[in-house]
Design a protein around this ligand. Structure first.
Ligand SMILES: Nc1ncnc2c1ncn2[C@@H]1O[C@H](COP(=O)(O)OP(=O)(O)OP(=O)(O)O)[C@@H](O)[C@H]1O
Ligand SMILES: [Mg+2]
Length: 261
């Protein structure tokens, strides 16, 4: 990859997403990842198989539509959005022809910094509130995972105001200016929590919806999708499904998923 950063064109207040070489590089211990249920980095681990299947289906659908910016949401909290975003991003990043940037846009309850054991003074919140203009201080290149992470450190913020602001619009513009082989995955809050998921998703290409087995109801799914309309839904993932098609291969049941249009 070139050491150039990728600038959005136009006004002085445009930003650029740094290249990997411009970011602090970290190596994350596999044991630390497993502690937070991130298992998709090791294709010899049976638990990575559902994520490998998911990445193939997601990439196929995104390439067909020429989509590159994907949000991950659910109806209600703790359905497994961050679990799914992290494992999908890591699984995709293992492919030689894809680069992945994972953004934690759950500004009120960001969790990816903890899951990937990264820390810093500046997260996406500080970028969006103008405390820093430097995305280089925010992003981390997780070198053994081949993944770039833009974490957000949980703080009491007026997230709706930040996401409605020009800086967020410019950030998405910068994501769109990334080279064609870069996929952007954004971990989001639940659709019913506040306006945040709706505001963000309107600017992305599409979203993936996480359904929690036995918890998410049909009414919640329908109401959430109505709320997010007209943004396109790439598909749904059934999380914590224990009788999936991969059982025959001995996959770890709780990571099984069903994915469909
Ligand atoms: N299929 C699964 N197998 C094992 N653990 C899981 C699974 N799905 C989620 N978890 C775990 O459950 C917890 C909640 O999941 P996660 O943080 O991904 O939910 P979330 O939807 O992002 O929640 P929030 O709405 O608070 O952002 C985490 O500890 C996560 O690792
Ligand atoms: Mg989450």
């Amino acid at each position: 990859m070139s050491v150039e950063s990728y600038r959005t064109s136009g006004s002085v207040s445009s930003f650029s997403i740094p290249s990997r070489e411009q970011l602090l590089a970290l190596e994350i211990e596999p044991a630390a990842l497993e502690e937070f249920d991130i298992v998709s980095f090791n294709s010899r681990d049976l638990r990575s198989r559902p994520f490998n299947l998911l990445r193939t289906q997601v990439l196929k659908a995104m390439r067909e539509k020429k989509w590159r910016l994907l949000g991950v949401t659910s109806a209600t909290p703790e359905a497994g959005k961050s679990f799914m975003s992290a494992n999908l991003a890591v699984a995709m990043a293992q492919l030689p022809d894809v680069r992945v940037c994972l953004f934690d846009l759950d500004l009120r309850r960001g969790s990816l910094a903890e899951k990937f054991a990264v820390s810093g003074d500046h997260g996406l919140t500080q970028f969006l509130d103008g405390s820093t203009d430097e995305l280089r201080d925010v992003g981390r290149y997780l070198s053994n995972l081949h993944l770039t992470l833009y974490p957000c450190y949980t703080s009491r913020v007026n997230s709706a105001e930040l996401l409605a602001g020009e800086r967020f619009a410019k950030l998405v513009e910068a994501m769109r200016a990334l080279p064609d082989d870069v996929i952007v995955i954004c971990d989001l809050p639940p659709a019913f929590a506040n306006d945040d998921a709706m505001t963000i998703i309107q600017r992305l290409d599409a979203y993936m919806f996480v359904i929690e087995e036995g918890m998410t109801t049909k009414t919640e799914l329908r109401d959430a999708m109505n709320l997010l309309s007209p943004a396109p839904c790439l598909g749904t993932v059934l999380n914590r499904y224990s009788a999936g098609p991969l059982d025959a291969y001995g996959a770890y049941g709780k990571y099984d998923h069903y994915y469909g249009q």
